[in-house]
Design a protein around this ligand. Sequence first.
Ligand SMILES: Cc1cc2nc3c(=O)[nH]c(=O)nc-3n(C[C@H](O)[C@H](O)[C@H](O)COP(=O)(O)OP(=O)(O)OC[C@H]3O[C@@H](n4cnc5c(N)ncnc54)[C@H](O)[C@@H]3O)c2cc1C
Length: 591
Amino acid sequence: MLRLVRIASNASIVILSVPASLAEGTFSNPGTYSATAMGRNGEVTVTSTFSESAITGIEVAHEETPTIGDAAIEQLTSSVLSNQSLAVDAVSGATLSSGAFIEALEDCVEQAGGDVDALKAVPVQGEETKVVYDVTDADIIIVGAGGAGMTAAMKAAQEGASVIVIEKSGVIGGNSLCSQMGINAAGAKVQEGLPYASAELLTKAQMQWGGRENLVAAYVENSGKTIDWFSETYGVEFKGPDGERVDPSDPFASVGEDHPSGGDLFMMRADAAGYTANTLISVMSESLDGAGVKLYVNTEATELTCDDSGRVNGVKAKAADGSEVTFTGKAVLLATGGFGQNHDMVVSYRPDLQYAITDETAPTTGDGIVMAQAVGAKTVDMAEMQLFPHVPVGDTWLPPMAMPGGFMTTALFVNQDAQRYTTEGFDPSTEGTLAQEHAFVIFGESDMNDDLKKLEARGLVKSADTAEELAALFGLDGTALAETIEKWNADCENGADSQFERLPFTLKKIEGKLYGYAFGVGAHYMMGGVLINEKTQVLNQDEQVIPGLYAAGEVTGGFHGTKRVDGSGTGDAFVFGYVAGNALASEVLGE
Ligand SMILES: Cc1cc2nc3c(=O)[nH]c(=O)nc-3n(C[C@H](O)[C@H](O)[C@H](O)COP(=O)(O)OP(=O)(O)OC[C@H]3O[C@@H](n4cnc5c(N)ncnc54)[C@H](O)[C@@H]3O)c2cc1C
């Protein structure tokens, strides 16, 4: 017997055969049970109901990013209920949320008297699963459902174009969901009368690291329009610059003392409630059906197709079941994000980053760049990468302020010899950390915070009563670590760091229960990528337009130059997504 199961809203339709029901007595304690496990951001609680021979219902409460958590849990729940099997794979792009769901559900199964191993052996009808794409032709094919791809899709659809979006992972949002910033903008209605939100200052800020003039001009001109469009189309409320002063000595803020504002740059950000990018992705995802945008998740673009004249007219892609599908259109937009998840590619442009890890959460592996290069696209600034100095190994994203003791940490950073190697802190440690496979953060009981507790629940932060025991958990020399801590505690008593340049207020003894975790430097943001013009059309080696091919967001290069101004990563995605949506619609609708 066959039936259709919707795997995610508006996603690929998967045909699954419904399995024979489980044997009577599979669950010896029928009833409703709850269990909780730790996901990416917090707890995932599963409440499941069982009859004697079936899992009859699953409800989930979670603290995960809604766009990711909801989509993953919907897919997993659908699979478990359809197959009556626990043999489910994590949803790509949402591994931690998926893992927590599965762990909690298995707990419920045990409470109901079921045998987890036996239920894992129930086949999920994998061989009979077939992905069906009901529409493969549209005016515009968009690759990547992050900030840039989603914005372009919704804008182009609003202008009247038909749009298909394909997304490699099982969820939408990409790395855009990680951004905590608003969008650097000028001229938005919400910014009227605010002195720092001027086109002139935004232009200067963007140009300071060698961004291309035409791209910066396009960004500045469209930034306010993008904010207004989100307000008017989706009712998103933005607030203007919040008056936050950027510290010119903070290199991560990319604002040097020679900054045109004299180091007195106030952020020109327009912020929406919560995390701006998250809010914008959410409102767009809720409007996909109404806008007539077709979204296929778990669909990985592999190659661009061209007609006889060389015009890009489609994309070949791989479906979740391994089958191939070709999408055809009048134009294609690459919105595949950066390439931090592709270590080989990172190192090919930056051999000095051999030990870098990444904090990019989405499977952003530079596919768009490779596909564009194959049709002759020019790339620029490929070696320009922004680094995130502190990424726990096994995790992707810990806000700098969540380091033990905060941004100017009170912890110790030690190398594989259990020796301090740097002035600890978010930024000064980068060079020393990059010189080794990974280093370790060691801290005392009073520096434990909520973010670190979440890492502890996932087994990344480990604890012990003595330095020797803690060292053993990380394969370090116990005596050496004990001596390092002892020496540090003596420095604290003496009021001076005898080895490096720690500021007095960070001199805090490491005592009580001891904690630690491994960390590395993350390849965080790629300034380089495919060169585009001000309409987001991709250019060839002679900087001429490649007909039919567009790109927007982190996959592109040329806008930032050698550094990224805070708030212009999110801006790059959403503003150039908006520009692309307009430009694509004009081209395919012949306007
Ligand atoms: C941890 C973190 C924090 C950040 N914080 C900030 C911040 O505070 N301020 C700021 O300005 N910027 C920040 N950024 C940068 C910013 O969030 C991103 O650069 C930006 O949102 C990228 O948007 P995008 O649409 O270009 O790509 P993404 O949002 O990454 O979307 C790309 C999408 O393409 C998909 N894809 C990739 N390859 C394929 C393929 N072959 N086929 C189909 N789909 C594919 C991916 O799965 C992904 O969903 C941060 C980034 C990270 C990682």
